[in-house]
Design a protein around this ligand. Structure first.
Ligand code: ATP
Ligand code: MG
Length: 417
């Protein structure tokens, strides 16, 4: 017996409708916000993520699925959705088209993490990217898109906290990093080994550490908002104003820094109280340096990634309604050999009219067929026995009230409408 790899999940036939539901909602939101889909490969050259995601991140340092292909190239399975989109944007000259370029994706994402509730090695994300718009209005739009998606999936505002922050830009962040280094260096003994490493390379990430001892130290660390340059400060204020104008509630949380190096200025998270530790369903922000970092022209960009497994978990824990699929409109039950010929023809005719039709294929007894039809929730059962064949009619059982009556094909079609 070969088992599923650790940290991955099957979506079984009985559950796939839940995925279709959230994917449909994502597409509805995309339509409402006039965003087109982009599909990029599941794997890319490793170099893209080294440059795009950044070599001080957890993702690049320990989470990537990287291997050499038979041609000796280093290949990595997407550990996030944005870098591939940035590459495609550059490679296909999308920046030459009227800007902004608005794109969404639904993609599997691979990260070698310790599997636990809400943390998988293959998960899926719905993400949105807006390239070519530098104003805080674009940041607000990105947040509104994520919020629209969460609301559409039945997660009310009261169940969500939107946390925003600014992590500055290459002009003002170095000064903040220096202040952070000085502060954390004085507390190095109290911090976890990972954070001790982070101190030199990426002190900002210490603010995001989940370890209690690090959290305690971080609580008193200098706050970035005090270090922002005038442009970053005004960008942040404009975003707050835009969100207020849109009636969106938020908290400014100086500890939101995000796990990827490419962020500049705005970072945000939607956190749900419905799933405990892994409560972040969506993370995003602005990354004005990314396109240039992976070889394109300087291009402002903002976006988010939303974990669909976590979204489904939140929906389930909140009791958000996902309508279960309906059973077939018709189940066709042949009761003799010739009945099967008629059944195939009738099935084709009804399917071409758009009805969902299932027919018996195994030659089971009437009793077994009825049991099965009830189990799959068929609305009507059409019997084709010798008697029916002779008279050129069908016996149609309405499963809702248990009544049966003879019908011609026209009558059956009418009854199904
Ligand atoms: P976390 O802090 O939980 O590790 P992250 O900062 O690594 O999250 P992002 O890279 O921003 O997360 O990914 C966007 C979203 O994808 C997250 O908010 C979360 O909902 C989801 N996600 C991230 N990693 C996983 C995972 N291993 N399994 C399931 N969902 C995930
Ligand atoms: Mg992570």
């Amino acid at each position: 017996m070969i088992n599923i790899p650790k940290g991955t999940k099957d979506v079984l036939p009985a559950d796939s409708y839940k995925w279709h539901y959230v994917e449909d909602k994502a597409m509805e939101v995309a339509k409402e916000f006039c965003i087109q889909e982009i599909r990029t490969p599941v794997f890319e050259h490793t170099e893209l993520f080294l440059r795009g995601v950044g070599d001080t991140t957890d993702i690049v340092n320990k989470e990537m699925y990287t291997f050499n292909d038979k041609g000796g190239r280093s290949i990595t399975l997407k550990p996030e959705g944005t870098a591939g989109v940035a590459r495609a944007f550059i490679e296909n000259g999308l920046g030459e088209m009227p800007q902004p370029t608005k794109m969404y994706y639904i993609t599997p994402v691979f990260r070698y993490e310790r599997p636990q509730a809400g943390r998988l090695r293959e998960h899926h994300q719905f993400g949105v990217e807006i390239y070519g718009a530098s104003s805080a209005q674009a940041d607000a739009e990105v947040i509104l898109i994520a919020k629209a998606m969460l609301n559409k999936c039945g997660i009310a505002d009261e169940m969500l906290t939107l946390k925003i922050n600014s992590i500055g830009c290459p002009q003002c962040r170095p000064r903040y990093n220096a202040a952070l280094k000085e502060y954390f260096a004085a507390h190095i003994e109290e911090m976890c080994p990972t954070c001790r490493e982070r101190l030199e390379k990426n002190p900002l990430r210490i603010l995001d550490c989940k370890e209690e001892r690090c959290k305690q130290v971080a609580a008193k660390a200098p706050v970035i908002l005090d270090f922002l340059c005038d442009e970053c400060k005004s960008h942040h204020e404009l975003l707050c104003g835009a969100l207020q104008a849109a009636g969106v509630k938020f908290e400014t949380d100086p500890h939101i820094v995000r796990g990827l190096d490419y962020y500049t200025r705005t970072v945000f998270e939607f956190v749900s109280t419905a799933i405990g530790a892994q409560g972040t369903v969506c993370g995003g922000g602005r990354y004005d340096g990314l396109v240039q970092q992976v070889g394109g022209k300087p291009t402002p960009a903002a976006g988010f990634g939303m974990g669909l497994e976590r979204l489904l978990m939140v929906m389930q824990n909140m009791g958000a309604e996902i309508p279960a699929p309906q059973g077939p409109d018709v189940y066709i039950a042949p009761l003799c050999e010739q009945g099967y010929e008629k059944a195939v023809k009738l099935a084709s005719a009804l399917r071409s009219l758009g009805f969902a039709v299932e027919r018996e294929m195994s030659g089971r007894s009437l009793k077994a067929q009825m049991k099965y039809a009830a189990k799959i929730g068929a609305k009507k059962v059409v019997f084709i026995g010798e008697d029916e064949l002779q008279k050129g009619i069908y016996t149609v059982k309405n499963m809702a009230d248990g009544t049966s009556r003879p019908m011609t094909e026209e009558e059956l079609t009418e009854a199904l409408k």
